[in-house]
Design a protein around this ligand. Structure first.
Ligand SMILES: Cc1cc2nc3c(=O)[nH]c(=O)nc-3n(C[C@H](O)[C@H](O)[C@H](O)COP(=O)(O)OP(=O)(O)OC[C@H]3O[C@@H](n4cnc5c(N)ncnc54)[C@H](O)[C@@H]3O)c2cc1C
Length: 389
């Protein structure tokens, strides 16, 4: 949607195909980081954007073995918005779609599900889709697969996927918010468990981390055992775990970290999770996808408009974005293996605060650096694509 907005703004004839009828869908994360807020500012959208309901996080904290530690402090980072905005993804996407309506070059088609690539002489020349009005073919100078971690476009492309593996899965559920609840603490690391609670204004979006493939054991132990584990991991939730009526209220996210070795082939480019599926760790996936979109528009919009795009131009997107993606995925894999895997793999050892976190907790000046990396990523993108609808 962001790339559609940017290309429409640059006057490039663009069709966005979205398989759902609206942007409402299961929880996929809400964290709009300073890098994305900076893009919204560069597009002149920030004031209207921040009028949408959201909560602000200026400090990223965790609770380890019952002790609260501050890990990242956004108030001193080098960005115009020194906080993370927590905003439902559907509000964000609908906002971009509404703002994009003023661009005659942009067409957003809802309920349009891409099913196949159309190829001629080894080159991708379009896609086939199903819509409410029947089958549709869209021919294009460039097809851009931004259809997420289970991308149909990527599966149809024969591009090679490198799987970095993941030792964890995550269970997602909601519990109500009540008066007197603690202020936003994101991660809670206790004995053999890790729970993340995200303040969604009127409810808590909760993530319970389990070992990879551990869902069978959770089901076998039963719902009451799961509720007891949640209550133990985040004690303030113990008075409402009965809101979970069945395992249907608890969604499994199979965590994946992977990357295409080549993000493009003639006529086709993949970006976002379709090119590099991200773990929810750090809440960075949305923001990396947006950064990819900005880089793609910066590098390709003018040539797409002039219809002078070469395959080498398309490859320049991966050249630009590969390093930042590699760095963040390496950090996610390290956190999976060094923090989350030991935390959920049993052993019953009480958790203590590791010394690097003790140091961070004691120094506001040091806490700005993790915030800088988390908030802006590596080599943040700025909007350079033309504003010429
Ligand atoms: C449970 C969960 C929690 C997460 N939490 C966070 C978080 O807090 N912060 C964060 O930054 N990231 C988080 N992530 C990661 C984040 O959601 C992704 O990295 C990010 O959404 C990737 O953006 P994208 O545009 O590439 O793909 P997506 O956001 O997945 O968008 C793909 C779009 O393509 C559409 N689509 C799919 N197939 C087709 C098709 N065949 N035809 C047409 N349309 C199609 C989908 O409906 C969807 O709208 C989380 C992920 C999950 C699963």
């Amino acid at each position: 949607m962001m790339l559609g907005y940017l290309l429409g703004r640059a006057g490039v004839s663009t069709v966005v195909l979205e398989k759902h009828a609206d942007f409402l869908r299961d929880f996929r994360g809400d964290t709009v980081h300073p890098s994305t807020l900076m893009v919204m500012q560069e597009l002149g959208l920030i004031d209207d954007f921040l009028k949408l309901p959201h909560t602000k996080i200026a400090v990223f904290a965790a609770e380890i073995g019952g002790i609260r530690v501050k890990i990242a402090d956004f108030s001193h980072i080098s960005a115009p918005c020194k906080f993370i905005a927590l905003m439902p993804q559907w509000d964000f996407l609908q906002f971009l779609a509404d703002k994009g309506r003023r661009f005659p070059a942009l067409q957003v088609m809802m309920s349009a599900q891409v099913t196949q690539l159309i190829e001629e002489a080894g080159r991708v020349v379009g896609v086939a889709a199903t819509t409410r009005d029947g089958p549709l073919e869209v021919r294009a100078d460039l097809v851009i697969g931004c259809d997420g971690r289970n991308s149909t476009v990527r599966a149809a492309s024969d591009l090679v996927v490198e799987d970095m593996g993941s030792p964890i899965d995550v269970l997602w559920f909601r519990l109500s918010k009540r008066a007197g609840d603690p202020s936003q603490v994101l991660g809670r690391l206790g004995v053999d468990k890790m729970i993340v609670t995200i303040d969604r204004t009127d409810y808590w979006q909760c993530a319970y981390v389990i070992g990879k493939g551990g869902i069978g054991r959770i089901h076998a132990a039963g719902l009451d055992a799961f509720k007891a584990a949640v209550a133990e991991g985040a004690r303030f939730l113990s008075d409402r775990v009965d809101e979970l009526k069945s395992f249907d209220d608890i969604k499994l996210l199979s965590v994946t970290v992977d990357r295409l070795t080549n993000w493009c082939r003639p006529g086709l480019l993949c970006i976002g999770d379709a090119a590099h599926a991200m773990s929810p760790v750090g809440g960075v996936g949305i923001n990396l996808a947006i950064q990819d979109a900005v880089a793609t528009a910066n590098l390709l919009a003018a040539k797409l408009k002039a219809r002078t795009l070469s395959d080498r131009d398309v490859d320049s997107v991966q050249q630009r974005r590969l390093f930042p993606v590699k760095v963040i995925q390496a950090l996610q894999v390290a956190i999976h293996n060094r923090v989350l895997k030991p935390a959920v793999s049993g052993g019953g050892r009480p958790r203590t605060v590791p010394w690097p976190l003790k140091i961070l907790n004691s120094s506001a000046w040091l806490r700005r650096w993790p915030a800088q990396v988390l908030g802006l990523g590596v080599r943040p993108e700025h909007v350079h694509s033309p504003d010429n609808p």
